[in-house]
Design a protein around this ligand. Structure first.
Ligand SMILES: C[S@@+](CC[C@H](N)C(=O)[O-])C[C@H]1O[C@@H](n2cnc3c(N)ncnc32)[C@H](O)[C@@H]1O
Length: 609
């Protein structure tokens, strides 16, 4: 369709013809003619612009290379997609009078809106990049040259920075009209902008009103698209109409996260997932975020497939808890509580080149491919997230050197007791010296983290933090030594195999799995977190399983072990509650807790000791 560029903007044959035929008109006459042809107010801002256009059109200057537009998060929506978005809105009974496209780019959403909606009276487009302003104007003119309409909307395309544009003025002017805020804001984060040395940012970037550290650390990092979305939602949520933006799924989730606190007057919130690779050639999860304005605030969002319109899930807030799947959560929410033990993260050393070893033909080899001759005493089998696949694990690919029994312990003892190990560590001291994390500051040189009594328990129930798998594995000792997990995994340690087995079965039970899936967000880098695991109320799961059911999974289980396990759990919970309610005279009574799970009377004596 495009065959030429003017002001670095594509221009069609019809538009070139239009200007060729009217090239003798003065600047004012031309603007009046354009207004009556396509509705745009002030098409040309001065005579110079008009002269330049006429010169270019006459002398056939064209194609220019597109500059790097990374700082503008520039991903133009193709016309098929903008058309399909408008059709979807129309099917949902959206019939706007006012269209607002806050970063309109080449104007495809404006053209699709003109194509789809019949009652448009005003259009406002804002764009920072002048060639796109021209391209939008040319595209609108082309639209009206090819589609003669009797009722022209009034159109304003502003060459403006969205952060400075006064949208309140527009909102006040159209208080009583039906509005559609539509578009696709820049896909770029403020940290990416600062790495580009760009100032394409709002003046006040702490728009979520974060306090203290959060404001200056990671939580203060945000997507420019998120800023523009919430700014426009807050300005226009007092008007009737709809809001429809193409945004990253993470931005949609962030808007919902804040919705419980901020309570924008938006409802009927939907997210239609698009294929961003196909539409924009970028690998990111993105969607059409849709909501009705000026309504009682909703706090959940229904997620669909944009192409099939199939419902995927509903997520958001239920009773002040942010959940990934409302349906699953409602079915499993009674186990949303407190885990009786403490979930631990595995060991962290930040020196994998020399601290991780593989056993090759009976010799240890480190990640630098060097053979390592050291005493076996401080070497333990190691599992990483990727190793936690089976139900029971008693083998490992890797090993690691455990230099301490607890965090902060002196490491000088190694020199005396394990000279070969010490020599190896000392020979590689540079790897320890270059560890940047502040956790190592002022600590013994060969320090590790995520280590304590719990690390040396022989049996563990573990789960990977970095994978989508929500099943738990039982980890058994390797060569009579406890197996270590790395810091991408979470675990609880047990002294007996039977306790670990029962815990694994309880955690892998359908109800528990539903609960985890209802609160775990699959798009998070670390899908399973300690906070999430600490919410599993094991004592409630106890009530949902009986001895016979459990024995099917653990054939050697006997009733005494099962009763002991229950008592231990209740006692643990009771002690925890007592600590929590230290000053609370109404502290939960053990016998009451025991009655709740219905264990036998003789065990009550033990439990209340
Ligand atoms: C993701 S593109 C989408 C363009 C258009 N909305 C569409 O759907 O095709 C983002 C647009 O925002 C524009 N933009 C970036 N920063 C801007 C700013 N500060 N003010 C106005 N527009 C901006 C870019 O030039 C680009 O055209």
């Amino acid at each position: 369709m495009f065959n030429m560029q003017v002001f670095e903007a594509n221009i069609t044959h019809s538009v070139i013809d239009f200007f060729e035929k009217s090239k003798r008109l003065s600047f004012n006459e031309m603007n009046i003619k354009l207004k009556s042809t396509c509705g745009i107010n002030i098409f040309f801002e001065n005579q110079l612009e008009l002269d330049e256009l006429i010169d270019t059109v006459s002398s056939n200057l064209n194609v220019l290379n597109e500059p790097d537009r990374a700082e503008y998060g520039d991903f133009q929506t193709n016309s098929d997609l903008s058309g399909n978005v408008c059709n979807l809105l129309k099917k949902q009974n959206t019939e706007p009078e006012i269209i607002i496209e806050p970063t309109c780019g080449k104007g495809n959403f404006i053209i699709s809106s003109l194509n789809t909606f019949e009652n448009i009276k005003f259009i406002y487009g804002v764009e920072i990049y002048k060639p796109y302003v021209w391209e939008t104007k040319f595209a609108i003119l082309n639209y009206f040259l090819e589609n003669k309409k009797s009722n022209l909307p009034e159109i304003n395309i502003y060459h403006y920075n969205v952060f400075d544009f006064d949208f309140n003025k527009v909102s006040n002017k159209h208080k009583d009209q039906k509005i559609l805020v539509i578009g696709n804001p820049p896909w770029v984060t403020n940290s990416k902008l600062s790495s580009l040395g760009s100032d394409n940012l709002p003046l006040k970037s702490n728009f979520k009103k974060l306090k203290g550290l959060d404001a200056i650390t990671g939580k203060g990092n945000f997507d420019i698209g998120e800023y523009i979305s919430v700014k426009l939602i807050s300005i226009f949520s007092k008007l009737n109409g709809s809001f429809a933006f193409l945004i990253k799924n993470s931005v949609a989730k962030n808007i919902l996260l804040e919705q419980n606190r901020i309570k924008y007057q938006i409802s009927n919130i939907k997210q239609f997932d698009i294929d961003a690779k196909k539409e924009f050639n970028v690998s990111v999860n993105a969607c059409l975020f849709l909501c009705s304005l000026n309504k009682k605030p909703d706090v959940t969002i229904a997620e669909y497939n944009f192409y099939t319109k199939d419902l995927i899930r509903e997520y958001g807030w239920v009773n002040n808890k942010f959940v990934a799947n409302v349906d699953l959560y409602l079915k499993s929410k009674n186990i949303d509580g407190k885990f009786p033990f403490v979930w631990r993260q595995g060991v962290k050393h930040d020196a994998s080149k020399i601290m991780e070893l593989e056993n090759v033909n009976g010799h240890y080899v480190n990640n630098n491919k060097e053979t390592v001759e050291i005493e076996k005493d401080l070497v333990y089998a190691l599992l990483k997230s990727s190793d936690l696949k089976g139900t029971v694990i008693d083998k490992s690919r890797k090993h690691t050197i455990i230099t301490q029994k607890r965090v902060g312990q002196e490491t000088k003892y190694i020199k005396e007791l394990y000279p070969k190990t010490y020599n190896y560590l000392f020979h590689n001291i540079k790897y320890f010296n270059k560890r940047k994390s502040s956790i190592y500051k002022g600590k013994p040189i060969f320090s590790i983290f995520g280590i304590g009594d719990y690390s040396f328990k022989p049996y563990k129930v573990a789960i990977a933090g970095m994978y989508k798998r929500t099943k738990f594995s039982l980890v058994k000792p390797n060569n009579n030594k406890p197996v270590m997990l790395d810091d991408t995994c979470y675990f609880i340690g047990f002294n007996t195999l039977i306790e670990a087995e029962i815990t694994r079965v309880l955690l892998n039970k359908g109800l528990t799995q539903n609960f985890i899936q209802s609160i775990a967000f699959t798009d998070a880098k670390r899908m399973i977190t300690k906070d999430l695991l600490m919410r599993i109320d094991l004592t409630k799961i106890l009530k949902e399983i009986d001895f016979d059911e459990l024995q099917l999974e653990i054939p050697n289980l006997n009733i005494i072990d099962w009763e002991n396990y229950k008592v231990k759990l209740i006692k643990q919970e009771f002690e925890k509650n007592q600590q929590l309610n230290l000053f609370d005279k109404q502290a939960l009574h053990t016998t009451q807790a025991i009655r709740n799970v219905g264990i036998s009377a003789d065990k009550q004596v033990y439990a209340s000791k």
